[in-house]
Design a protein around this ligand. Structure first.
Ligand SMILES: Cc1cc2nc3c(=O)[nH]c(=O)nc-3n(C[C@H](O)[C@H](O)[C@H](O)COP(=O)(O)O)c2cc1C
Length: 304
């Protein structure tokens, strides 16, 4: 059975990836998961300089998910290149780096520097983090700013650019169209949905940042709808993410047009989630007599 998929010029041995921010820089997860079994590993969002992130509490459990307001804490691109990338290079998987800038110029520096590294196979451009004061979301919420940013970044690398879209917009299809027109090689949908949680006893917000990003099973129907909408508007491949916990969840995204899937919150609860999801996908292909996983992508049956 052939589980390979082609994403933005990269061949992935299977469609299952970790989602950015939920597996650190890979090394943290290595004792619990054989990273080489992944289709790709997406590392925590990197900025030009180290970021301390938001003050705690930064994580709250919610019904069917969690809120986070990490604020893009990360070690910065140079520390990543020196300390983490050499270890990732020995893995038999694709390494995608997720980036976040506070300005076009910062995104440009990140794409040039990280795009130059042999061990980096592609760049996921996060224009959608809802938990930071400036940067990211401004680009992800305005179609003109998004298009201008991607046009600016496109000539800076030959590596695939995957644009990670925000669900916190009125028309995600429009954002998808603009990113494709500007030269994106693939799109990733979705980042977290803005939310909040309050302790009624103390009448205080549970997150120090007051608002955070909702992830986990609660957002799956929204993510699935957005992938399906985008698949009808663009030709470039899509990566589906949002609430995927089981093989069945992943299959729904593939059927709705995603070429690959990412697993985030589920990975925090169960570090083996990706392996179990991959096993379930293979079992499904066998049961349905589908020899090539690629034939399942976008195979949603409509009408009677
Ligand atoms: C703790 C945490 C940290 C995250 N950090 C990032 C990040 O650095 N960059 C990014 O693009 N997305 C980040 N995300 C969003 C996830 O990659 C993913 O898009 C989202 O959580 C939805 O998927 P899920 O429901 O499977 O978690 C983060 C999510 C969580 C829960």
């Amino acid at each position: 059975m052939d589980t390979t998929v082609s994403l933005a010029g990269l061949t992935l041995k299977n469609p299952v990836m970790t989602a950015s921010g939920t597996c650190g820089y890979g090394v943290e997860l290595a004792p619990f998961l054989d990273l080489s079994c992944l289709g790709a590993l997406v590392v925590k969002g990197l900025s030009v300089r180290r970021r301390p992130g938001n003050p705690p509490p930064r994580i709250v459990e919610t019904c069917g998910g969690m809120l986070n307001a990490i604020g893009l804490e990360n070690i910065g691109m140079e520390a990543f290149i020196e300390e983490c990338l050499p270890g990732l290079g020995v893995l038999d998987t694709r390494v995608l780096v997720n980036i976040l800038g506070e300005s076009e110029a910062e995104y440009g520096v990140l794409v040039e520097r990280l795009g130059d590294q042999d061990g980096v196979h592609g760049i996921e451009v996060n224009v959608s983090c809802p938990n930071v004061g400036k940067g990211g979301i401004a680009f992800g919420a305005d179609p003109c700013m998004l298009e201008k940013l991607i046009r600016f970044l496109r000539p800076k690398t030959r590596k695939p650019l995957i644009v990670k879209l925000s669900p916190n917009v009125t028309d995600v299809g429009e954002m998808a169209v603009r990113a494709e027109a500007a030269g994106a090689d693939a799109l990733c949908l979705i980042n977290t949905l803005r939310g909040m949680s309050v302790d009624s006893e103390t009448r205080r917000p549970r997150l120090a940042n007051v608002v955070g990003g909702l992830s986990g099973p609660a957002i799956k129907p929204v993510a699935l709808r957005m992938v399906w909408e985008a698949s009808g508007r663009v030709r470039i491949p899509l990566v589906g993410v949002g609430g995927i916990c089981t093989a069945q969840d992943a299959l729904e995204f593939l059927i709705c047009g995603a070429t690959a899937v990412q697993v985030g919150t589920a990975q925090l609860r169960n570090p083996q989630a990706c392996v179990e999801i991959l096993g379930g996908i293979e079992e499904y292909l066998e049961r349905h007599g589908i020899a090539r996983l690629a034939d399942l992508i976008g195979s949603l049956r409509m009408g009677s």
